[in-house]
Design a binder for this molecule. Structure first.
Ligand SMILES: [Zn+2]
Length: 425
């Protein structure tokens, strides 16, 4: 297991965590949706309306401040690279800014300022849904056709620069609900030509699956598979409401899945059938998604824990053939590191590499992991680490967190406090 970390004195060094699915601005609604809204059952869909009402009010500078807050917390928890699924494009009334990538650039600036690498996964969002009336609260997201969308993606790539390893671009057709098939095909063809990552929300909610069957006669995964849109650069976000046949389709296409268990449990989405995916050899990465919690190791352990509760068994995600006591922890740690890096096209911090460029250190005397031995340290970290144990975070050789502190921490928090006051009073 020493391959995953190097121990020196009372510190151990681990490859940086990769957060494959984030909506940074959603940090502003943390703690503000945890109640029953008037008139009935709360769900993902009622939460979404609350999220939209916050999204509509953010200025470009607010988006920068909210994003810096989310990225700061990521850095403090050992995350070194993030895939930002970015769908805020226009001003609040839906009119485009002079630079159609203004808001994307605010998010990139925020990540780089904090010191994180970022894949800006620029979202295509064309409609409210199949046979659905336009929702005015989505007007900041809408680009109706492939042509302006791809033009804006191309311009953003140019502006960030081809060789930029701190910020690069991927494409993100939002979902089968929000992007009609013809548009989707154009995006995937473009991504194939340019070898870009493709991320898409897939089967997060049962209602999304039934609407897709109504429109196309197929489930979202079946639609993507039969239209030839899945490949090894495709990551299906959530992919919860799937059949075993759909899991096989994703496996056959070498597509990946990104699970976001802390968000999925917060929203009542359901449980990612990670056991089914692992059996078929599907790579699972992890995301903090709605930022309810920013702790990727919590997502790693929740991937396993949700299945334990469902099946009333322990160590569900262990491979039958692997007798090693830390094999389960190693598998979950891979989801939080290499699998995420492959999904967003980040440099992979290879476990055991002499000097991984992106890494974090853990204080072995922290109360959450004290007493761990070399053979069970990885299990201690994956199942029990508190963020207080993360001491140094280094990205591309640059130390962005030192002894548990970030140099801009006070200023970022102060600005964020002011933003929250402005938004919520
Ligand atoms: Zn999402």
């Amino acid at each position: 297991m020493a391959a995953y970390f190097k121990q020196k004195g009372d510190r151990a060094k681990f490859p940086g965590l990769v957060n494959a699915h984030s909506h940074a601005f959603q940090r502003v609604i943390r703690g503000r949706t945890e109640y029953r809204s008037a008139g009935g059952k709360d769900s993902f869909w009622t939460w979404r309306e609350m999220m939209y009402s916050a999204a509509a009010r953010l200025t470009p500078e607010d988006i920068y401040d909210a994003s810096r807050m989310a990225f700061l917390e990521m850095a403090l928890s050992g995350i070194t690279a993030v895939g930002e699924f970015h769908y805020l494009h226009h001003a609040s009334d839906g009119s485009p800014y002079d630079d159609p990538n203004l808001l994307a650039k605010q998010v990139v600036r925020a990540a780089n300022e904090v010191g994180l690498r970022i894949a800006l996964l620029r979202v295509a969002y064309a409609r409210a849904g199949f046979e659905a009336e336009p929702n005015p609260r989505q007007s900041r997201f809408i680009e109706k056709d492939a042509e302006p969308y791809l033009k804006n993606v191309g311009q953003l790539r140019k502006d960030l620069g081809n060789e930029n390893r701190m910020a690069w671009v991927g494409v993100a057709p939002h979902s089968v609900r929000a992007v009609p098939l013809d548009f989707l095909k154009e995006i995937v063809a473009f991504a194939n030509d340019e070898k870009l990552p493709v991320h898409m929300h897939v089967a997060e909610q049962a209602a999304e699956v039934s609407a897709c069957i109504k429109e196309y006669g197929r489930s979202p995964v079946a639609l993507l598979a039969t239209e030839g849109l899945l490949n090894e650069r495709f990551t299906a976000i959530h992919a919860i409401h799937v059949t075993s046949k759909a899991i096989r389709m994703l496996a056959d296409a070498h597509a990946g899945v990104c699970a976001c268990p802390t968000t999925e449990r917060n929203l009542g989405d359901g449980i990612v059938p990670a056991d089914g995916y692992f059996k078929q050899g599907v790579r699972i990465s992890l995301g903090t998604d709605s930022q309810t919690q920013i702790d990727l190791l919590e997502d790693a352990r929740a991937l396993e824990y949700h299945l334990r509760l469902q099946k009333m068994e322990r160590a569900v995600l262990t491979e039958d053939t692997d007798g090693s006591k830390s094999a389960l922890a190693a598998r979950l740690f891979e989801c939080a590191t290499v699998n995420g890096a492959r999904s967003i096209n980040a440099p992979v911090a290879v476990p055991g590499a002499e000097e991984p460029a992106d890494f974090f250190t853990v204080d072995l005397n922290d109360a959450s992991v004290a007493g761990a031995s070399e053979s069970d340290l990885l299990s201690n970290v994956v199942f029990s680490l508190s963020k207080t144990a993360v001491k140094d975070v280094v990205v591309g050789g640059k130390r962005i967190v030192e002894d548990g502190r970030h140099a801009q921490q006070e200023e970022i928090v102060e600005r964020f406090n002011a933003l929250q006051k402005k938004l919520w009073g």
